[in-house]
Design a protein around this ligand. Structure first.
Ligand code: PFF
Length: 450
C-alpha cells in the first residue's frame, strides 16, 4: 500500500486541484450542451430545475465522489474494492469507467469541431456572411464525414499526449491558466448579445419560467445535464479525489468547482439565447445553436475577427481539460487494476475511443446508416451515458456513501480527521443518505418510465 502510494502522482497545490477539477467540469457541457438542452426543454423552467439539481444533488454527489477518491487513493474500481471488498459495489466503478469511455468517444466529436472552427476563424470565413450561409457551412462540414473524423483524431491525440505525461506535469499545468480568460470573453460576448436588436425575447426565454413546461423529460434532462456538466456519476471526481492530499479541504473544493461551472453555464445561456433570438436561430436548433450563433455575434463586433479566434481556442482548451479527465478515468483503471504501463494504457484507451468515436462523428452525415434505436449513434451515446448511466452512477454513489461507508468515515474525511470545522456536515450527510437517493430515483423513474 505504501509502495503503491509512492508511485501515484498527486496534485501539487490547492489551486492545482481546484483548477484541475474545474477544468474537468467546465467544457463543452457548459458552452455547447447546456444551451442545447435548455433550448430543447423549454428555457427558463429548465434553468430553474437545473439550478436545484446542481445545488441539492450535484454538490452532495461531488462531495461523495471526492471522499471516496481521497479515502482510497484509487481509481473508481479499486476504490470500491478497497471500501467494500468481496461485494458487488465495484460494479459502480466499472460502470463509471465504461461511461467515461463512451463520453470520451462522442465528446471528442464536438471537441474536434472546435479545431475546425479555429481554422475557419483564422481564415476569416464567417465575415460578412448571412446566417443561412453559416448554417449551410456547418451542415456541409458534417457531410464530409472525413473532416469530422480527422479533427477527432487530432483532438484525441492531444488528450493522449497530456495524459501520457502524467498527472502532475500534465493536467495541472494545462488547467491552471486559461479558464479565467474564458470567463472574461464570455462576459464580453454576453454584453454584445444582450444589446443586439430583439435580444429581449431571448433574455425572457432564459429567465422567465413557464412552470407548466416542467415534465418528466425536463427533469431527467436537467439531472443528466447537471451530472454531465459537473463531471459526476462516473468516477472522474473519484479519480481526481484520489490525487488530493489529506490536508486539503474537500468541501471548499466542491463548492468552488460547482459555483464556477454553474456560472459559466449561465453565462453561456446569456451569450447564446439573446443573440439566437435576435438572428432568428431557433432555440431548438440543437447542434447548430451554438456553432452558428457564436460566429454571427462576432460578425457584429468590433475586433470580432480576433475575438472569434480567441474564443474557439479557449473553447478547445476547455474541452481538452475535460477530455483529459475522461481519459484519465480509463487510464487510471487500466494501469492500476489491469497493471498495464501508464503509457500503454493511454495509447490503448485512445485507439479504442477513436474506433468507437468515429461512428459518432460519421453518424452526423445526412442519410447516415449509423443509427441506433431511432437516434444517430452520436445522440444514442449521449443519451445513454448522460441520461441513464450518470444518474444511475450518481444514485449508487450516494447510496454507497450514505449507507455503506457511513457517517463517521464521511465526517472523518470532510473534516480532515477533525482538523477542519465542516459546520453543516450533518445536513450534508442527511441529504446524501436520504434526500439525494430518493430525488434521483424519482427523477430517473419519471424521466424514463412514467
Ligand atoms: N463536465 C464536462 C463538460 O461539461 O464539458 C464533461 C465531462 C467531463 C463529463 C468528465 C463527465 C466527466 F467525467
Amino acid at each position: 500500500m505504501a509502495e503503491e502510494k509512492k508511485n501515484r502522482d498527486g496534485f501539487g497545490s490547492k489551486i492545482g486541484i481546484i483548477a484541475a477539477a474545474a477544468g474537468s467540469a467546465i467544457g463543452l457541457g457548459n458552452i455547447y450542451r447546456f444551451p442545447c438542452e435548455l433550448g430543447n426543454n423549454g428555457g427558463a423552467a429548465f434553468l430553474l430545475v437545473y439550478l436545484a439539481v446542481v445545488l441539492f444533488l450535484g454538490l452532495p454527489v461531488m462531495l461523495s465522489e471526492l471522499v471516496i477518491g481521497r479515502r482510497t487513493q484509487s481509481n473508481p474500481v479499486g476504490a470500491f474494492k478497497k471500501l467494500a471488498p468481496k461485494s458487488a459495489w465495484p460494479v459502480v466503478g466499472y460502470l463509471g469507467v465504461l461511461c467515461g469511455f463512451i463520453i470520451l468517444a462522442f465528446y471528442s466529436t464536438v471537441a474536434g469541431w472546435t479545431l475546425e472552427y479555429i481554422v475557419k476563424s483564422v481564415g476569416n470565413s464567417f465575415s460578412g456572411k448571412d446566417l443561412s450561409v453559416i448554417e449551410q457551412d456547418f451542415v456541409d462540414f458534417h457531410n464530409t464525414g472525413w473532416r469530422n473524423v480527422m479533427w477527432q483524431v487530432v483532438f484525441i491525440f492531444l488528450t493522449g499526449f497530456v495524459v501520457f505525461k502524467g498527472v502532475q506535469n500534465g493536467i495541472e499545468r494545462y488547467s491552471k491558466i486559461l479558464m479565467p480568460l474564458l470567463l472574461v470573453i464570455l462576459v464580453i460576448l454576453g454584453i454584445r448579445s444582450v444589446t443586439l436588436p430583439g435580444a429581449k425575447e431571448g433574455v425572457a426565454f432564459l429567465f422567465r419560467p413557464d412552470f407548466s413546461k416542467i415534465t418528466g423529460k425536463v427533469l431527467i434532462s436537467a439531472l443528466g445535464q447537471g451530472f454531465f456538466s459537473l463531471s459526476l456519476g462516473m468516477g472522474a471526481l473519484i479519480t481526481y479525489g484520489s490525487y488530493i492530499k489529506k490536508n486539503d479541504n474537500l468541501t471548499t473544493t466542491a463548492l468552488s468547482v460547482t459555483l464556477s461551472d454553474t456560472l459559466i453555464a449561465i453565462l453561456a445561456g446569456v451569450v447564446i439565447f439573446p443573440a439566437a433570438f435576435s438572428f432568428g436561430v431557433k432555440p431548438t436548433a440543437g447542434m447548430g445553436l451554438v456553432f452558428n450563433t457564436i460566429p454571427m455575434i462576432f460578425n457584429q463586433m468590433v475586433g470580432g475577427y480576433w475575438f472569434c479566434i480567441i474564443f474557439f481556442v479557449l473553447l478547445a482548451i476547455a474541452a481538452l481539460t475535460s477530455t483529459i479527465s475522461l481519459l484519465e478515468v480509463v487510464v487510471a483503471y487500466l494501469s492500476e487494476e489491469l497493471r498495464l504501463k501508464r503509457q500503454t494504457a493511454t495509447v490503448l484507451a485512445c485507439l479504442l475511443a477513436l474506433l468507437v468515436g468515429c461512428f459518432a462523428s460519421l453518424s452526423l452525415k445526412e442519410g447516415t446508416p449509423f443509427v441506433l434505436g431511432g437516434r444517430t449513434v452520436f445522440d444514442a451515446m449521449d443519451f445513454v451515458s448522460s441520461n441513464i448511466m450518470l444518474p444511475l452512477g450518481g444514485l449508487l454513489i450516494v447510496i454507497f456513501v450514505g449507507w455503506k461507508l457511513g457517517k463517521s468515515k464521511f465526517f472523518d474525511e470532510i473534516s480532515n480527521e477533525g482538523k477542519l470545522k465542516a459546520p453543516v456536515k450533518s445536513l450534508v450527510f442527511f441529504i446524501i443518505r436520504y434526500l439525494a437517493p430518493i430525488a434521483i430515483a424519482i427523477i430517473f423513474y419519471e424521466g424514463l418510465f412514467a
